[in-house]
Design a protein around this ligand. Structure first.
Ligand SMILES: Nc1ncnc2c1ncn2[C@@H]1O[C@H](COP(=O)(O)OP(=O)(O)OP(=O)(O)O)[C@@H](O)[C@H]1O
Ligand SMILES: [Mg+2]
Length: 313
């Protein structure tokens, strides 16, 4: 049997902070095993950003939850997830708890359900600090107000005393970002952080993520179904389809020379100022998953795709 493909990590990044090799995640269901993630390999450098893009059900959240070790207990997982010097799947739960929310934090896909509706937002951020550091409540509160200020929430002292319903959707998302960043993680996983927001607020949140990323030299796994959104924050892009990465490379390269038909479709589906409003938007054609999947092959330096024959670069 052919050796499973693992991209030459060093060609993408110098120092991988996160390195995933041959990750498989599946869920046993009444109708059989659902393979959510298949043989997935990628890495993220310190301070690097990988955008994970793909349609609904392609396995993006399952990948994120596998890294955080927050998959439901019935999920089956195999493969390696190395973060710094740790192999996350084999860490004891108390060591994982020390990493989660401190060295790796996550902004979850549903911002409305991720905040506790009956707790002041400041107390929720302070809890995130106190879960990892032995500070006085007063110091944790001070740090909370500072963190809310860092994500540009106006009048943070006052807003910290608000309950989630008193804040706008954009402000709630800023609170989520503050909570994720308050312990200065090395890696932030943002799962569709702007999907629930309108376009103007979405742009502000993307700008905020870009600026905190630079300020804290934060590595980021940015998940979205929208390649246009991903291209605004990520330097590397991995395109997922039916649990597999079908194409991966630098963001400019992916846009200028997409190799996989599915990536072509995603690019075609991004509306631009020149898109005619009288025509329906392009949709991405379903791909047939073959019994013997095509392996990822290098089509140009730092650019891989599951294509039968590498096109001329
Ligand atoms: N707890 C579960 N039990 C069974 N199947 C699951 C479970 N969670 C996810 N799946 C399945 O795994 C696959 C991948 O789901 P995942 O949530 O990772 O997709 P996604 O790419 O994040 O989609 P979306 O864009 O809708 O968030 C889907 O087929 C989904 O139905
Ligand atoms: Mg998801």
């Amino acid at each position: 049997m052919a050796k499973p493909f693992v991209p030459e990590i060093r060609e993408i990044v110098n120092t991988p902070l996160l390195q995933i090799e041959n990750l498989n995640v599946s869920f046993p269901t009444q109708t059989g095993e659902v393979a959510a993630v298949r043989d997935l390999s990628f890495s993220i450098a310190e301070a690097g950003t990988l955008g994970l893009v793909g349609e609904s059900g392609s396995g993006k959240s399952a990948t994120a939850l596998a890294i955080m070790r927050l998959l439901p207990p019935q999920a089956r997982l195999s493969g390696r997830i190395r973060f710094s010097d740790e192999d996350l799947p084999s860490l004891p739960e108390d060591s994982m708890r020390r990493i989660r929310g401190a060295r790796i934090s996550m902004i979850f896909q549903e911002p409305m359900t991720a905040l506790n509706p009956v707790m002041r937002v400041g107390d929720q951020v302070a809890e995130a600090i106190l879960a990892h550091f032995s500070l006085s409540r007063q110091d944790a509160w001070r740090r909370t107000v500072e963190a809310l200020g860092e994500v540009a929430i106006p009048d943070p002292e006052q807003r910290a005393r608000d309950y989630p319903h008193q804040l706008s959707g954009g402000q709630r998302q800023r609170v989520m970002i503050a909570m994720a960043l308050v312990n200065h993680p090395q890696l932030l996983i943002a799962d569709e952080p702007t999907t629930a927001l309108d376009v103007t607020i979405q742009a502000q949140i993307l700008d905020l993520l870009s600026s905190v990323r630079e300020k804290y030299r934060l590595a980021m796994l940015f998940i979205s179904h929208d390649l246009g959104v991903v291209s605004r924050v990520a330097d590397q892009v991995a395109v997922m389809y039916a649990g597999e990465i079908v194409e991966m490379g630098g963001v400019e390269r992916i846009f200028s020379s997409p190799a996989h038909a599915y990536t072509h479709g995603l690019i075609g589906a991004i509306p631009t100022l020149r898109t005619s409003r009288s025509e329906p938007l392009a949709t991405v054609e379903k791909q047939n998953r073959r019994a013997n999947p095509i392996p990822l092959t290098q089509v140009a330096p730092g650019h891989w795709a599951r294509v039968a024959k590498a096109p001329q670069a």
